[in-house]
Design a binder for this molecule. Structure first.
Ligand code: C2E
Ligand code: CA
Ligand code: CA
Ligand code: CA
Length: 278
């Protein structure tokens, strides 16, 4: 038994050292990637189902590694959030969005740009200065911006978050509740935050035509949104029958592979030219 204990102890110690060593290696690699600005914005078109017109896009981050490979956000965002690196990454993405889209947006004032923020962005009002620094007189007007706050991570200080949302709105930007119904209390967030838009998560959209609860939840969220005077966006629309269902219940604005995945800047600009609002 003692031999076994020593053996297990040695094993645990060695794996511990090995894990720590590799964790440091990962961390160095990640820090280097942030500095090298390897985190780039992709833009997923947002469409109007009734007119077929482009409404704008959602900025979705991709890690483009030096060898050209792409890492999806699910693989690094938890880490970026835990280390706080997400704040610098978001700042870089917003700055890049100006370089990519200012020209297009300056002449198409109806186009919107949605930016994903995390719970930590609502911990201090520093985000407001960043937004002003980056977008003020940039070609992208505040009225074209939508900041998305996800329900997936708890907000530490709802009162402060409410104030930050209010300041964003005072600038002319809109705020959307992302992943509504999948996280930390859609009702509380809607009551406390004062958002302008409710985004219905793909998880529910997936169930259209497949399960009754999903459809009922979608209808309830849409009713709730309308009661509160909010805009509605449906995400993850992949099939024509989902689009028809959403049209039938009066949801106009949606995004999903039915229209387009997230695109690099050049491809999104081409997409906009081909779907110009008339
Ligand atoms: P999200 O904000 O809910 O974004 C929608 C996700 O669904 C995106 O995945 C998008 O590519 C994907 N998607 C859109 N339409 C369809 C569809 O029709 N079918 C399928 N299968 N997928 C669809 P992505 O880009 O992998 O991002 C995943 C999540 O990572 C996002 O979910 C968001 O929570 C987070 N994220 C992405 N970019 C950023 C960012 O710049 N900052 C922050 N804080 N979070 C981000
Ligand atoms: Ca989002
Ligand atoms: Ca979403
Ligand atoms: Ca989602």
């Amino acid at each position: 038994a003692m031999v076994a204990a020593i053996f297990t102890g040695a094993f645990t110690l060695l794996t511990g050292i090995w894990l720590t060593w590799h964790k440091d290696e990962d961390q160095d690699e990640f820090t280097r990637a942030v500095r090298a600005q390897e985190f780039v914005p992709y833009y997923q078109p947002v469409m109007d189902l009734f007119t077929g017109e482009l409404r704008g896009c959602e900025l979705l981050v991709r890690w483009r590694r030096a060898d050209g490979s792409m890492v999806p956000p699910g693989a690094f965002l938890p880490y970026a959030e835990a280390t706080g690196a997400i704040r610098e990454i978001t700042r870089q993405l917003m700055a890049q969005s100006v370089e990519d889209l200012a020209e297009l947006y300056a002449v198409n004032p109806q186009l919107k740009l949605s930016v994903n923020l995390t719970a930590s962005h609502f911990d201090t009002s520093a985000i407001l200065d960043e937004i002003r620094d980056i977008y003020d007189e940039s070609g992208i007007a505040f009225s074209q911006l939508v900041f998305e706050v996800t329900e997936q991570h708890p907000l530490r200080d709802l009162d402060l978050a409410r104030k930050i949302v209010g300041h964003m709105q005072a600038l002319g930007a809109a705020v959307a509740l992302d992943d509504a119904g999948t996280g930390h209390g859609v009702l509380t967030y809607l009551q406390k935050l004062g958002v302008d838009v409710l985004k219905i998560d793909k998880m529910f959209i997936d169930g259209i035509g497949i399960d009754v609860p999903s459809e009922k939840i979608i209808r309830s969220l849409v009713d709730l949104g309308h009661e509160l005077g909010l805009g509605i966006i449906a995400e993850g629309v992949e099939r024509q029958d989902q689009a028809e269902y959403l049209k039938g219940i009066g949801v106009a604005v949606c995004q999903g592979y039915l229209f387009s995945p997230a695109l690099p800047a050049k491809a999104y600009i081409e997409y906009a030219a081909a779907n110009r609002a008339t």
